[in-house]
Design a binder for this molecule. Structure first.
Ligand code: ATP
Ligand code: MG
Length: 409
């Protein structure tokens, strides 16, 4: 059977309905985020009401709309519905269509009616009984009634502008609407962990700007394109995301030349963090996010985090801190960043990573080695070279480069 074309999608809010005073902000933000996610469906109208959000499709493809909706944080569940005139025969016809689509083996069901239009001739009890009776008669082999724990609940809402029927409850992305938690700067590498950390931050309502350090000629165009393409994947959850690329070559070369090998990594990381904090301050970010996971590698011990974080008092938040690598990979696969992350283009850290960084760096030593460098000058020049670009959902960067590459060959 062809895809059923629905008229409206009814969206139930998630956690935000418990947020009291902030509730209105949350609902307005979710409404805007849904509009953003559906911006290219020109006929669609979104009404963010205090109790629920209604998406009026006006003929737009409901399957395509629902696919987008599944990526919007702050939605607990949603139900596609059919709208009919206020006429019992029309209700029966629509209910029959819903059952035909959903029921392919014997199931239990019940009808649940709500009425906000009290002028409609049938009461809720009568509608439940009459429509239930009709469906039993139409599907004698498939349906039996169970009013306590039915497999399917046919919901009928009698509203002023028509009667709405729905029988499916689809799970949404959960979380909180992006933007309700304020802005954070995400340190995005091309690896597996930081895109997952970004996804988890977005899920808690943080609006992110990506900060990516690159070191040409040690890192390739593809490494940069990969980080941008990962941002395009993540932008599916946020509408669009700003990507800030920070040139890091001079800092890495200088650090490599002047700092003892055991502290290369600690000092480089302190520079990265200082730069991210400076960008946050300039751009009204409230915190730094990264993809560190405790104990995963030498730089991710608590001693190392302490030595690196010494350079700022801004919160450094680590959404995957307590996740095992296998758990991170599972999420990366679910959000479709894994295949990109494992592409071999090396980012700036890998290139300059010493064979044996200190797992327990000493803060005083890190500071001493930095006193041999022109920290302010290095920072200033890196910040003077930043480039900012708005990346949209699904935007691609890698294939283009490969095409250019292929042409050159
Ligand atoms: P990831 O998979 O996120 O790269 P990782 O386990 O490989 O993490 P590292 O490479 O040590 O760990 O990086 C730790 C964190 O530092 C990253 O998760 C990211 O937040 C940040 N980071 C590393 N390299 C860069 C970079 N080139 N640009 C921006 N942030 C970076
Ligand atoms: Mg990495």
């Amino acid at each position: 059977m062809a895809q059923l074309q629905y008229d409206e999608i009814m969206v139930r809010y998630g956690e935000l309905s418990t947020k009291g005073r902030n509730k209105k902000n949350f609902i307005d933000r979710l409404g805007n985020n849904v509009r953003k996610a559906l911006h290219d469906f020109s006929k669609v109208k979104v009404h963010a009401n205090p109790d629920r959000l209604h998406i009026i499709l006006n003929g737009a493809d409901s399957t395509a709309v629902m696919k987008r909706l599944k990526l919007v944080f702050g939605i607990q569940t949603f139900s596609p519905s059919l709208r009919v005139e206020k006429d019992f025969a029309a209700v029966c016809q629509a209910a029959k269509t819903l059952i035909e689509k959903q029921v392919d083996r014997p199931m239990t069901f019940k009808v649940e009616t709500k009425r906000s239009d009290h002028d409609f001739a049938m009461g809720t009890f009568e509608m439940n009984r009459e429509l239930g009776g009709y469906l039993l008669q139409e599907f004698p082999e498939l349906l039996t009634v169970d009013v306590h724990q039915p497999d399917i609940e046919v919901r009928v809402e009698v509203r002023l502008n028509g009667i709405f029927l729905t029988s499916e409850i689809i799970k949404g992305a959960g979380g909180l609407p992006v933007g309700t938690a304020g802005k954070g700067m995400m340190m995005l590498s091309g690896g597996i962990d930081s895109p997952v950390a970004a996804y988890l931050a977005l899920k808690r309502g943080v609006s992110l700007e990506m900060v990516h350090f690159y070191s040409p000629p040690y890192t390739s165009e593809q490494a940069l394109a990969k980080a941008k393409e990962l941002t395009g994947k993540l932008a599916q959850y946020a509408g669009s995301i700003r990507f800030i690329q920070v040139p890091f070559t001079e800092i890495q070369e200088t650090v490599k030349e002047k700092v003892p090998e055991g502290y290369l990594m600690t000092v480089q990381r302190r520079f990265m963090l200082r730069l991210a904090v400076e960008l946050a301050n300039r751009r009204r970010g409230l915190a730094i996010f990264n993809g560190e996971s405790l104990g995963q590698v030498a730089s991710q011990t608590m001693e190392s985090m302490r030595a690196i974080e010494e350079v700022t008092n801004m919160p450094v938040l680590r959404p995957v801190l307590s996740y095992d690598k296998t758990e991170i990979i599972k999420i990366a696969e679910d959000i479709d960043t894994y295949e990109l992350s494992i592409l071999p283009y090396e980012d700036c850290c890998t290139v300059f990573t010493p064979p044996s960084p200190k797992t327990k760096p000493n803060m005083a030593k890190a500071a001493k080695y930095e006193s041999w460098l022109d920290v302010d000058g290095l920072m200033e020049r890196a910040l003077a070279g930043i480039q900012i670009e708005e990346i949209h959902a699904g935007q691609e960067f890698l294939n283009q480069n490969e095409d250019i590459f292929a042409e050159l060959l």
